[in-house]
Ligand binder design. Structure first.
Ligand SMILES: [Zn+2]
Length: 544
């Protein structure tokens, strides 16, 4: 600080007319400081007073600092710690003149130890200007936020920017000597943070209040009259979801399903979006409808034809078609919506279907999954189902894609100890409770880098178990790092399969700031094992 001060003095910037210098005045002793209790500022544990020079202080001829006459009265301009917009002086010609006498302070020179440069490029006037700019920006944000519907994504987005700006202003006030203004602002901050919580309450109430009957399109009526004669369909929708259902399903249950779905979306947002959202972590969950559920009768012909004739989608041909039609439901995209297409009886676990399917859809949206990452969709499906129902009754499976001529090898995870997969795999049927899955994941689950590349058709029970157990840990226990890791692993998977593992390792080391002396994915795996062992009271198997 001293050399900077000398340099500035040499450059002649310190004449009072320049007026751009704020100093920390150090007192001889604590007793001297006490007389100015309203003006004190804590500088690295020392009680000083932030001042600008008025009179009595003499610049040394060699430019090395200041001096003053013994027993003289030194005068300084000081701040109003409560109000940064108040400036204690006005500039008249080349001089600073007192504008507010209460903010001019005289100190006996024998009480002053030294003057230390504090903010060489600022004056109380420039600080007042800076404060004005910040205050206007905050006013502007408040106005914009008031124009949005409380609890809407835009309202939240602006609200978070506002709280951020308030937090920054709070720090700035504290650092520049306006301590009492900072204390006052703290109360505003608490109120604003609380308003964000209330916004979240309003958001879920709006979603729950949005449930209503939905018109079936003329096309749907035509097609269903032809394909499923005698079966009446109805539809209900909410802010994000629509359910089309046949007449054996109780409409009150459908209403409850939509409410359950909306609660699940809110839970997902609360856990994985709200705490981290910002410029570098956008909220990808739409404010409008994003998923449609079709619950048709448990009838093979109807199941096959409604998809073709109403949704305009195919089943493939030959063995593939036969296999697909055997399944009870399938997940697709229809126009801009995710489509969960099912044949059901009224005995079905519809709650389980809605939550598991939603888990897949929310993961796709939030982590932007385009390619692969089958484990992540499953992990999220099981997670949501467990979180709200403590059960999972939906088991996803896929059939091995057919290979073209010459394409003899089957894509599967590295490790290579297993023989080439048979043409048709046994589907994973993972029905266990959390404890069972945790134990299976720990004892028999594949290492994460193998699982990350695995495709659903190749999944066995231990893969499902590990998918859930890993997702549950990394998404809920690893904070923003976990969310960023999940998003970035999807990004890597979207781009390339060949470089996936290499990029995954690089990214993992970066996100979790891991030392390069160890395989980063392996290091993460050990943290996961440690957590699971503790949380579920299962003994970890010896390292492989
Ligand atoms: Zn699934």
């Amino acid at each position: 600080m001293r050399s900077l001060l000398a340099l500035l003095l040499a450059a002649g910037l310190l004449s009072p007319a320049a007026g751009a210098q704020i100093y920390a005045l150090h007192f001889k002793d604590e007793k001297a400081a006490k007389n100015f209790s309203k003006q004190l500022y804590d500088l690295e544990g020392k009680q000083v007073m932030l001042v600008m020079l008025k009179s009595g202080v003499i610049e040394k001829a060699d430019g090395s600092g200041f001096t003053w006459n013994e027993n003289s009265r030194l005068e300084f301009f000081v701040q109003d710690q409560e109000d940064p917009s108040k400036v204690s002086y006005k500039i008249v010609g080349d001089e600073l003149e007192a504008a507010d006498k209460s903010l001019v302070i005289g100190v006996q020179s024998d009480r002053v130890e030294s003057l230390q440069g504090f903010m060489p490029r600022e004056s109380f006037a420039t600080l007042a200007k800076e404060y004005g700019r910040r205050a206007r920006e905050l006013e502007e944000l408040a106005k914009r936020q008031a124009e949005e519907q409380k609890g809407s994504p835009a309202w939240f987005a602006i609200g978070r920017v506002r709280v951020q700006a308030l937090e920054q202003l709070h720090i700035w006030l504290g650092e520049t000597g306006y301590g009492r203004a900072a204390n006052k602002l703290e109360r505003d901050l608490l109120r604003e943070r609380k308003a964000l919580d209330e916004g979240a309450k309003e958001r879920i109430n709006r979603a729950l209040g949005s449930v209503k009957e939905s018109e079936l399109s003329p096309k749907f009526k035509d097609v269903s009259a032809k394909v499923a004669p005698g079966v009446k369909f109805a539809a209900q929708e909410s802010q994000h979801l629509r359910i089309i259902y046949h007449d054996k399903v109780d409409p009150a249950r459908v209403t409850a399903l939509l409410e359950l779905g909306e609660r699940a979306i809110e839970l997902f947002k609360n856990e994985f979006v709200d705490p981290y959202v910002g410029e570098d972590f956008k909220d990808h969950i739409p404010d409008g409808m994003f998923e449609e559920f079709f619950f048709g009768r448990d009838d093979a012909i109807q199941y096959e034809r409604m998809l073709v004739e109403y949704y305009g989608q195919g089943w493939g041909s030959g063995k593939e078609k036969e296999d697909r039609l055997k399944a009870q439901g399938s997940r697709r995209n229809h126009e801009k919506l995710a489509l969960a297409y099912w044949k059901i009886t009224d005995q079905e676990d519809l709650e389980g279907i809605v939550l598991h399917e939603l888990g897949h859809t929310l993961a796709s949206l939030h982590y932007e999954i385009l390619n692969g990452q089958d484990w992540l969709g499953e992990g999220s499906g099981y997670y949501l189902s467990f979180a709200l129902l403590s059960r999972n009754n939906v088991n996803c499976f896929a059939f091995e894609p057919e290979k073209g001529p010459g394409d003899g090898t089957v894509a599967k995870g590295p490790g290579g100890s297993k023989p080439k997969a048979p043409a048709k795999k046994t589907a994973a049927v993972m029905q266990g409770a959390r404890e069972v899955m945790a134990e299976m994941a720990l004892m028999a689950g594949p290492p994460m880098d193998q699982l990350a590349k695995k495709e659903l058709w190749d999944f066995a029970n231990e893969d499902m178990a590990k998918s859930w157990a890993w997702y549950d840990w990394i998404s809920r226990r690893c904070g923003k790092q976990g969310q960023v890791w999940l998003r970035r692993s999807s990004k890597i998977a979207n781009v390339s399969r060949d470089l996936f593992l290499l990029e995954l390792r690089k990214m993992t080391a970066e996100v979790f700031a891991l030392a390069p002396d160890k395989d980063p994915v392996q290091a993460l795996e050990e943290r996961w094992k440690e957590y699971l062992t503790r949380e579920y009271d299962v003994a970890a198997p010896p390292a492989r």
